[in-house]
Every structure is written in structure tokens, then in C-alpha cells.
Write a protein that binds this ligand. Sequence first.
Ligand SMILES: [Zn+2]
Length: 187
Amino acid sequence: MIYFVAAMEIDRVKIGHTAGEEAGPRIAALQTGCPCDLTLVACLPGGLRVERELHRQFAAQRFRGEWFRLSGPVREFLDATAPAIVGSAVPSLTYGLLAFWEPRLLHVERTVRIAARSAEGSERACANELWFETPDLDTAFTETVGWYRQRRHRLEELDAVLRSVEAHDVAFEHLYGLLPDCRGCEC
Ligand SMILES: [Zn+2]
């Protein structure tokens, strides 16, 4: 599991990984000998290779070793994944996290938003129809995340996450939720 532990007073965050299921003991160990209060701000699925990938991605914010400046892309990443976070020591998936690993979801999102806008102001709207009858929407979605994913993330670990039922459901719930509620249809 990957953990993000922040020293808020000095705007630094440590991105590390632990083999265990809980970040708690690791943070307690880090806190010993650290003058700042440390706060667990995020837990994500993954091990050493995912950790390295994150370190590479945030290289411009690197302060020293596993410590990074809590600003720019690091801050944006944490904001996007925030619901995965706070107070929870169990890694969980969020749409923001999935879109970070698989940016093609953002193209699907754009299509969904255009479909939603097309129904604005009309008396009848059907979320189901919009989802399944907008050309390429459902196909593009299923090829991006879930069992029928057609892509391959270069990190096997992340590819497995993107193929999971949970990833499919989290992304679907978010994207479908952008469509208007059904009105005047037979659903
Ligand atoms: Zn409907």
C-alpha cells in the first residue's frame, strides 16, 4: 500500500509504501524522531513499483529522498484523490485516482458532459438513452476501465486495478451521475 504522510507545518509530504494492510504502524514509526506532527493524508493501492512511478511523476516537487513539496501537481493529485483519504487507513478507489492513472477517462467524461448538455431544457430526458445511444460513449468507457479494458498500463499492478470490478463501478457511478435524472421517460 502507498501512503502519503504530510508534515503540514512545513508543507512537505512523504510518499512511501508499506507491505502491511495498515499505514498506522508505519506512521507511528515515522513520527518518532520527527519534530512536526505527521498526518496520514492518503492511502492508495500499490507497492514499490507504484511508489517509484509516483516519485518519478512528482520529480519536480521532490525535496529530499521520499519527501516532496506539498504544492503543484502533488497538491492537485491529493485534492483529486481526497475522498480516498482522510482518516481511512484502507486504500480505496476514487474517480479522481482512476482518471489520474487512466487519463482516457477524461475523454469519456467530456462526451458524457456534452450528452448531458444536449438534454438541457427539454421536457424529456433519459439518462439510460443518453448513455447507451450516444455514439462511442459506452464502448469507449468499457474499453477504458473494467473487465473489457482494451488498454494496458505499463505497470501491471495499476493495470490490474483499472481492470477491477470496483474500478468499473466507481468510474461508472461518477460518469453516469453527470447525466440528468430521467424525466418523462419509461425508466
Ligand atoms: Zn430513462
